[in-house]
Write a protein that binds this ligand. Structure first.
Ligand SMILES: [Zn+2]
Length: 85
C-alpha cells in the first residue's frame, strides 16, 4: 500500500518544470512570412520615414511589448533599423 502511494507521487509533474511550447517552424521562416504579410498590407515603404525599404528591414512593434503591445499583425510594421524611435 505504501509503495503504491509513492509511485503516484513520482508521476506528478510540477508545473514550473514544463517547458513553454515553441513553434515547430524555424525562426527565419516565421520572420519571412511576417515580412511578406506586412509588405502586402503596407507596401515596400518604411513605416516611419515612408522612404523605400532596402535590405535593411526590421519588424517594429508600433506599441512596444514593454508597454503592453502584442505580436499580432495590427501592432507590427516594417521600418529601417535606424528609423526605430
Ligand atoms: Zn525609415
Amino acid at each position: 500500500m505504501r509503495k503504491r502511494r509513492q509511485a503516484a507521487k513520482r508521476e506528478a509533474v510540477p508545473l514550473a518544470s514544463v517547458r513553454p511550447w515553441k513553434p515547430a517552424r524555424p525562426k527565419g521562416e516565421v520572420r519571412a512570412a511576417i515580412v511578406s504579410l506586412l509588405l502586402d498590407r503596407d507596401g515596400p515603404r518604411c513605416h516611419w520615414c515612408r522612404r523605400p525599404l532596402g535590405s535593411d528591414v526590421s519588424i517594429e512593434h508600433l506599441r512596444p511589448l514593454s508597454r503592453g503591445g502584442g505580436n499580432d499583425l495590427d501592432n507590427l510594421a516594417l521600418a529601417h533599423r535606424g528609423c526605430n524611435k
